[in-house]
Ligand binder design. Structure first.
Ligand SMILES: NC(=O)c1ccc[n+]([C@@H]2O[C@H](COP(=O)([O-])OP(=O)(O)OC[C@H]3O[C@@H](n4cnc5c(N)ncnc54)[C@H](O)[C@@H]3O)[C@@H](O)[C@H]2O)c1
Length: 311
């Protein structure tokens, strides 16, 4: 199969690697030329890691994988390649306005047969297909980070998605070694509907001075078996993406638990994005040994201070 992939950031790169590892072509574009240029080498490294993990006995594995990756510096030639693809996968920022603008421009240029997949982690597929057209061939395929290592893919059909598209998608994902499962088209679907409020609550408790990064994650890891805990997961998702997801879910649901805590906004403003920027809830200067940061400067003491005055 041939995939056209728009967005070569964290998740786009995961999907490119997954496609290329499983013998599919990945034709890629990103509006940021630097991000696009860095994608093939990143995917080769990720592929090599996967080969080790899967104990693949093929010295040409990474070379073959790399040969399946094609990048296009200008949008017009990307769209020319996309016209010959089976699937158009969007992996751009979690911003409904942006997604609608981009899809409204690009999807109508493609032949009818192309199936549209969105890797959105929370947004309404019906609103995307409203501007992109082909509502019967539009579906969410929400992969988890890092895509090649996490088998789960949330498959979310819209109101008008055809049963053939659902079948095609589940079948193709299974052939790619993924574990697709059906989820409802509600803000956050199944996984993030449960996970995001919990992650935001953790930050709220941190900014109230109730918990520290280290104790919080150790507790979740040793008591609930969460491999990373919540703050490390924040650092992998990155603060800007968490902020976007929270704001989009809040706007779509009006649920106050989705309203992003002030700390997230401050971290974005300070460039403390997480693992990729070297600093988030953890200090990532040694990526193999991230150290919990003292974030007491982010504690909002106002309520406690007021109570002290009253007592
Ligand atoms: N980060 C995660 O852990 C995670 C997990 C699951 C799903 N997602 C979802 O995946 C999607 C992408 O997230 P990400 O973490 O990879 O973000 P990211 O910021 O790492 O990458 C997004 C990429 O989209 C590109 N882009 C933005 N506007 C564009 C445009 N108009 N045309 C072409 N490229 C454009 C950016 O340059 C960037 O490289 C979002 O919908 C997000 O919710 C993220």
């Amino acid at each position: 199969m041939k995939f056209a992939i728009i967005g070569t950031g964290i998740m786009g790169r995961g999907w490119i690697t997954q496609c290329a590892m499983t013998g599919n072509e990945a034709h890629c574009f990103d509006s940021n030329p630097e991000t696009l240029a860095g994608a093939p080498a990143f995917c080769s490294r990720l592929g090599a890691k996967m080969a080790k993990r899967l104990k693949v006995d093929d010295p040409e594995y990474v070379e073959k994988l790399s040969a399946n990756i094609f990048t296009y510096e200008d949008k017009a030639s990307f769209m020319e390649a996309a016209a010959g693809c089976d699937v158009f996968l969007e992996v751009i920022f979690e911003d409904m306005q942006l997604k609608r603008k981009v899809l409204g421009e690009l999807l109508p240029q493609l032949p009818d047969k192309v199936v549209f997949w969105s890797n959105t982690s929370s947004l309404d597929i019906d609103l995307m297909s409203e501007t992109g057209g082909r509502p019967d061939r539009s579906i969410v395929t929400h992969g988890m980070n890092p895509v090649p290592m996490m088998p789960g893919v949330e498959v979310v059909p819209g109101r008008l998605t055809s049963p053939e598209t659902v079948e095609f998608t589940r079948d193709l994902l299974q052939k790619m070694g993924k574990a697709p499962f059906l989820a409802p088209n509600i803000p956050g679907f199944w996984v993030n509907r449960l996970l995001v409020p919990q992650m935001l609550d953790a930050v709220r408790l941190l900014e109230q001075g109730k918990i520290t990064v280290g104790d919080g994650d150790l507790g979740l890891n040793t008591s609930l078996g969460h491999p990373q805990g919540t703050f490390k997961l924040h650092d992998f998702v990155t603060a800007p993406t968490m902020l976007r997801v929270a704001l989009e879910m809040y706007q779509a649901s009006n649920d106050p638990r989705m309203y992003p805590p002030l700390t997230l906004l401050r971290m974005v403003k300070n460039g403390e994005y997480g693992a990729s920027s070297g600093k988030g809830f953890y200090d990532w200067s040694d990526p193999r040994n991230p150290r919990p940061r003292d974030l007491s400067h982010y504690v909002v003491r106002a309520a406690e201070d007021m109570l002290e005055v009253l007592s």
